[in-house]
Design a protein around this ligand. Structure first.
Ligand SMILES: Nc1nc2c(c(=O)[nH]1)N[C@H]1C(S)=C(S)[C@@H](COP(=O)(O)OP(=O)(O)OC[C@H]3O[C@@H](n4cnc5c(=O)[nH]c(N)nc54)[C@H](O)[C@@H]3O)O[C@H]1N2
Ligand SMILES: Nc1nc2c(c(=O)[nH]1)N[C@H]1C(S)=C(S)[C@@H](COP(=O)(O)OP(=O)(O)OC[C@H]3O[C@@H](n4cnc5c(=O)[nH]c(N)nc54)[C@H](O)[C@@H]3O)O[C@H]1N2
Ligand code: SF4
Ligand SMILES: [Mo]
Length: 699
């Protein structure tokens, strides 16, 4: 094929909710069409590698089913009958309904709801500005990071760590509770570099033999939710065998005789009985990281999507404190850099507009909120209107039965601003078409690394699509809000954020496309002390002090949480009625529910399946490829059984998230997942459910 004459390559940034935040080189063909998308070779973290789903982004951005016009529902809710309307008509209706609802029920009856469909801060977080200006209900963000962040902060005091590129300088890379081959491919680039260049060993800790574990030198396949026990067993061996860095423990941590005595009770035999791992594997792992203190612990989100996830994160994080890994380049631990940016985002979020005392509703509990649960509503008024951007709760939220029941309420006025007719948009009264990242300006912080990147508008918006920023501002104007942002462009919002934050001016770096915010290496490894007042890493967590936002609320009695690093068995238990433990680990070619609309991803994943061991299947009368039903007290879901031996007995994995309607019976996997908030401050335990499984009854 000839190269089109006007093809050019433009630099951009992947906007999706993935710690890699890849720098992209995008082929722009005629000023409106894209060709191939490649990972930028000159970006040290991206290093020329991106995932398959974004490489074929042309499928998504030029998808024939992209939303191009505002729509009003004409049939019954969810029936799929729409009339195209103009933007003016759409705004008039939204304003009239919002004003009427606020007058009758108070402004807290309106709940603007968003998550991270785009990770660009201007287009992701701007809805908060409108929320604050009008006194609408706040959103308490729990769905993703609710358990992992407190767990990490409990040890270090700050959500940051050494530059992840340093994995390439490690002797051992421990990939714990993340499946980067699916979820953040660049981790593999740097881990494999360490293996090639210095013979580093790769350890993977997961609950099934993932594509990442396939590449490991040591794969630890434990029972779901038992990582705390593994960590304690490892620390026991380190202390027992003289592999602890006693000097580091004394100078940099709160380690003392009480903690040592506690760990000396947690033998490898004890850990083996809980985790299901052979004692030999626990010992081997301990020796590997003990004898190679230049070990990098890359701690993921996945293993914290358990009811005891925050304590498991803390326990895993304690291992490098015992080995003194933090002292060495290529050593230490990393979860996210989200605590390190020191950005003043006030022009975007408008905190000065906020009314004190407005209630904050837990986004993971959207089903309970919409079905009128008084506790979920914080004993306030019912939610009568939703304004949704950047998220698809009717596929991704836990407790789908109640979530869908709530969205079906005839008296609920729902506006969804989307790129596609998602399962959430299908339940709306008004659907608004949204731009994609190549059609607007925004900046992105890379949680898995140190860079801030700028993605410029490169293409015109298709049809009548408008950006999140634009729509929020227009709505604010029509609702009588005044704010400096209303006179600005999205690019100016980014520039103003950097100005307020004391960053170099956007003009000075936008041509290059990034700003490196790497901090001095010793600081990232807490050489002069951890971020607690006494500068000591904590084996004895003060959970209250991990409450980094005032609206975070305790969901358990603080006294119930273990006082010392520990394994805390509060997960959903297998019972005679529900003998299997189910996890809903992310699929490779979907990103949450995004890309479920693209042909390439649909082809890769086909119909929703559940991995089951052949021996478990035989005991349940299930054959490979057969239709099966999974159930618990929350509901039932239909899947196809797929035999797989890379699991412990009694564990099932359903890679997610297929749309509800991709399942026979129309109920998706999150029907089985609870929305009860996980300690200390809430979060959804997506990989922590107990279920039964049986052959489906064919009708
Ligand atoms: N392809 C793809 N990429 C994605 C996403 C996606 O859906 N698909 N989602 C994006 C988002 S929003 C996020 S937050 C990140 C999350 O990315 P990750 O940090 O990788 O987290 P998860 O993908 O939830 O889970 C990772 C692994 O944890 C395992 N796991 C579950 N329970 C346990 C446990 O108790 N112990 C241990 N050791 N492992 C356990 C799961 O089986 C899974 O293999 O990925 C992002 N990238
Ligand atoms: N079973 C199961 N469920 C899970 C998880 C799991 O591991 N298993 N993971 C959970 C996690 S970690 C997360 S973070 C949540 C994420 O759940 P969501 O935040 O809902 O993630 P996405 O499905 O990617 O939905 C983002 C939506 O935003 C839209 N979007 C993208 N860019 C824009 C934009 O610029 N403007 C507008 N208006 N819309 C845009 C996309 O089209 C997409 O429909 O899912 C959770 N649900
Ligand atoms: S790996 Fe993550 S950041 Fe990189 S292109 Fe894929 S989804 Fe985007
Ligand atoms: Mo997430």
């Amino acid at each position: 094929m000839n190269k089109p004459a006007d093809l050019r390559i433009a630099r951009s940034v992947c906007p999706h909710d993935c710690p890699s935040t890849c720098a992209l080189d995008v082929e722009i063909i005629d000023g409106r069409t894209i060709g191939r998308v490649r990972g930028a070779k000159d970006d040290p973290y991206t290093a020329g590698v991106i995932c398959e789903k974004v490489a074929r982004y042309a499928e998504r951005i030029h998808h024939p089913r992209r939303l191009l016009q505002p729509l009003r529902r004409v049939g019954e809710k969810g029936e799929g009958q729409w009339a195209e309307i103009g933007w003016d008509e759409a705004f008039d209706e939204i304003v009239a309904r919002f004003e009427a609802i606020a007058a009758e029920h108070g402004p807290e009856a309106i709940w603007p709801y968003y998550y991270a469909g785009t990770m660009g801060h201007v287009h992701r977080d701007g809805l908060s500005r409108l929320r604050h200006a009008k006194g609408y209900s706040l959103q308490y963000d729990t769905i993703c990071t609710g358990t992992s962040w407190p767990g990490y902060i409990a040890g270090t005091g700050l959500l940051t760590g050494p530059n992840p590129e340093q994995m390439a300088e490690s002797d051992v890379v421990v990939i714990w509770g993340t499946n980067p081959v699916h979820t953040q491919v660049n981790v593999m680039t740097h881990a494999i570099r360490a293996r090639k260049e210095r013979g580093a060993r790769i350890v993977v800790v997961d609950i099934y033999r993932t594509a990442t574990m396939e590449q490991a030198d040591l794969g630890l396949m434990l029972r779901p939710g038992t990582d705390g026990a593994l960590a304690l067993g490892v620390m026991h061996v380190l202390l027992r065998d003289g592999l602890a860095d006693r000097a580091f423990l004394a100078s940099h941590t709160d380690f003392d005789a009480e903690i040592e005595a506690h760990l000396m009770e947690k033998t490898p035999d004890w850990a083996s009985a809980i985790t299901g791992l052979p004692v030999g594997e626990i010992e081997a792992f301990a020796r590997l990281v003990g004898e190679n203190p230049r070990s990098f612990f890359r701690l993921g989100y996945g293993f914290t999507r358990q009811r005891n996830g925050s304590t498991n994160m803390h326990a895993a994080l304690c291992i490098p404190a015992v080995t003194g890994a933090w002292r060495h380049r290529g050593g230490g631990a990393f979860h996210s850099n989200s605590g390190s940016w020191a950005l003043d985002k006030s022009i975007i979020t408008g905190p000065e507009l906020a009314t004190p005392g407005v209630r904050s509703l837990d986004m993971s509990e959207i089903g309970a909120v919409l079905t009128g649960d008084p506790a979920a509503l914080r004993n306030g008024p019912p939610v009568k209107a939703l304004f949704i951007q950047n998220t698809n709760p009717v596929s991704v939220a836990p407790d789908q039965t109640r979530t869908r029941e709530g969205f079906s309420r005839p008296d609920l006025f729902t506006v969804v601003h989307e790129q596609f007719m998602t399962e959430t948009a299908e339940m709306a009264d008004i659907v608004l078409p949204a731009t994609m990242f190549l059609e607007h300006n925004d900046y992105y912080t890379r949680s898995g690394h140190n860079r801030v990147l700028f993605g410029p508008a490169l293409l015109p918006a298709p049809g009548a699509a408008r950006s999140n920023f634009d729509v929020v501002n227009e709505l604010a104007r029509r609702l009588g809000v005044s704010h400096p942002s209303l006179a600005m462009t999205d690019r100016e919002m980014a520039a103003e954020t950097f100005r307020r934050s004391g960053y170099p001016a956007l003009e000075s770096w936008e041509a290059e496309g990034y700003l490196d915010r790497a901090r001095p290496d010793p600081e990232t490894r807490f050489a002069d002390g951890f971020a607690w007042p006494d500068k000591r890493f904590r084996f004895r967590p003060d959970w209250e002090a991990t409450r980094i936002r005032r609206d975070l609320k305790w969901v358990c009695d603080p006294a119930e949480m273990p006082a010392l690093v520990d394994y805390w068995p509060i997960n959903e238990q297998a019972t005679p009625e529900t003998p299997f433990r189910l996890a809903t680990s992310p699929a490779r070619a979907f990103l949450n529910s995004t890309f479920t609309e693209t042909p390439g991803s649909q082809k890769r994943h086909g119909t929703p399946t559940v991995f089951i061991r052949p021996d478990d299947a035989a005991a349940c009368g299930i054959v490979d490829g057969a239709p099966v039903t999974l159930g618990n007290h929350r509901g039932t879901v239909e899947l196809t059984a797929r035999f797989f031996d890379g699991l412990q007995q009694g564990v099932l994995i359903a890679e997610s998230i297929h749309p509800n309607k991709a399942h026979r019976g129309g109920r998706g996997i999150n029907t089985l997942i609870g929305a009860d908030p996980a300690p200390p401050f809430g979060g959804a335990a997506f990989h922590d459910a107990s279920v039964w499984i049986r052959p489906s009854v064919q009708s």
